[in-house]
Design a protein around this ligand. Structure first.
Ligand code: PLP
Length: 411
């Protein structure tokens, strides 16, 4: 096991376990006993410094190995995951009344979503566990990223998706050679069937909330943001929230950096859910960790999660950062896709645009002040869901091949 990991601590009872590759939840607490990877930060501090990073030419998520729960000698999928572009977006900022907005474009990952960061770690852990098949339930991106990273490493994948999975994501899954099980039902139905099947056939379990290692992959997005901002952390980072693993990972990344002295404060997290499916937001506003399941009514398929699996880590991450949560409508999400696209040249899928819609709303309500520095994360690329991208886009000019007609149309 990697020398920097101390163990896996249950977020419910606090008991610490051996970090075996197949560890899932706390045996004593069951599904509510999500495990959290604990590091020896004094050792990490020695191996991961601003100087060591400045001279590291590995431009991928693996530049942060001392803060990842993998054995450095385990073979890794050879796709380039991470070190995604980080842009200043002045015209987007102006459009929503802020001075400084940055876009972290995780749609530029190999399978076009932030989930590649988690799946890459999942595949490494599967190899460490000696597994040959990996599996998960997914609204689309967890699955397509797992399929891509698995096949790059020579593993098989079995992916359970609900019927509503968008075509782009389905095409990715099939072309990456996954066995795709399309479940007649919602994400929750797909999740439950995957859990039973994983038990029955002994596949490696990549279900993000239950597998403690995946959040560690996701946190690398924060390590990159901090490094790309030259260690001057922003005031806010906006993240869209479904299961809650992404925002938990984003929070963990900044907390880790603070724990090993690379940054001196952490940004406030803005967690954004869709109005039509916002169980974590509701729990946040109620000041509890107890969740009530909700129907999945949003076109932002990646965050329409009615029974989130990782609400506790997510809620604690937002609260620990002094952050907040809010909800946005589908119309606001489509508008954000359009504003982001037209002002930055970055295409976001609906779930990814939700965080930018959230920034606009947070400015409008006064939650975020105009001079505060904010980062929005594009968690998935808009080409994954062309139907909704077109819905956001409006119509082209339809015209006969004639210059006069064009002059009239452009007048
Ligand atoms: C998965 C996903 C999210 C949300 O992540 P959770 O861990 O489910 O909260 C947001 N945006 C996109 C594009 C995703 O694929």
């Amino acid at each position: 096991m990697p020398g920097h990991v101390v163990g896996l601590r249950c977020i419910s009872c606090g008991h610490t376990y051996e970090p075996t590759p197949t560890a899932l939840t706390c045996p004593a607490c069951g599904d509510s006993g999500i495990l959290d990877v604990v590091y020896d930060y004094d050792r990490v501090r020695l191996d991961l410094t601003r100087d060591s990073l400045a001279s590291d030419r590995n431009l991928s998520m693996w530049r942060y190995l001392p803060l990842l729960p993998i054995n450095p000698s385990t073979p890794r999928p050879n796709l380039r995951v991470g070190w995604t572009p980080f842009y200043r977006a002045d015209r987007f900022a102006e459009a929503i009344g802020l001075e400084t907005v940055y876009v972290k474009d995780d749609g530029q990952n190999p399978t076009a979503s932030l989930k590649d960061r988690a799946s890459a770690v999942g595949v490494v852990k599967a190899i460490e566990a000696g597994a040959t098949t990996v599996a998960c339930a997914s609204t689309g991106n967890a699955g397509s990223s797992l399929a891509g990273n698995a096949t790059a490493a020579g593993l098989r994948s079995v992916i359970f998706v609900p019927e509503r999975a968008p075509q782009g994501k389905l095409a990715q899954l099939l072309l990456f050679g996954a066995t795709v099980v399309m479940v007649r039902g919602n994400y929750e139905d797909a999740f439950r069937l995957s859990a039973t099947a994983i038990d029955r056939w002994g596949w490696y379990n990549r279900n993000a909330a239950l597998n403690p290692y995946l959040v560690e992959g996701k946190k690398t997005v924060s390590l990159e943001i901090a490094e790309q901002m030259d260690w001057q952390v922003p005031d806010w980072v906006a993240v869209s929230v479904g299961d809650g693993c992404t925002i938990a990972g984003v929070g963990k990344g900044f907390a880790d950096l603070q724990a090993c002295g690379l940054i001196d404060r952490v940004p406030r997290l803005l967690g954004v859910q869709a109005v039509g499916c916002a169980p974590i937001n509701r729990a946040f506003k109620a000041g509890t960790e107890a969740l009530t399941p909700e129907p999945e009514n949003s076109l932002a398929d990646s965050i329409a999660v009615g029974v989130p699996r990782n609400p506790v880590k997510a809620l604690r991450a937002v609260r620990a950062s002094g952050g907040d949560m809010l909800t946005v409508t589908d119309a606001e999400i489509l508008a954000a896709m359009r504003t982001l696209g037209t002002t930055t040249g970055v295409l976001a899928e609906p779930a990814a645009a939700a965080s930018f819609a959230g920034l606009a709303k947070a400015r409008a309500t006064g939650l975020i002040r105009p001079e505060e520095v904010v980062v929005g994360i594009v968690t998935g690329n808009g080409l994954k869901d062309v139907a909704n991208s077109l819905k956001a886009a409006g119509e082209p000019i339809h015209i006969d091949p004639d210059l006069r007609a064009l002059e009239r149309a452009l007048a």
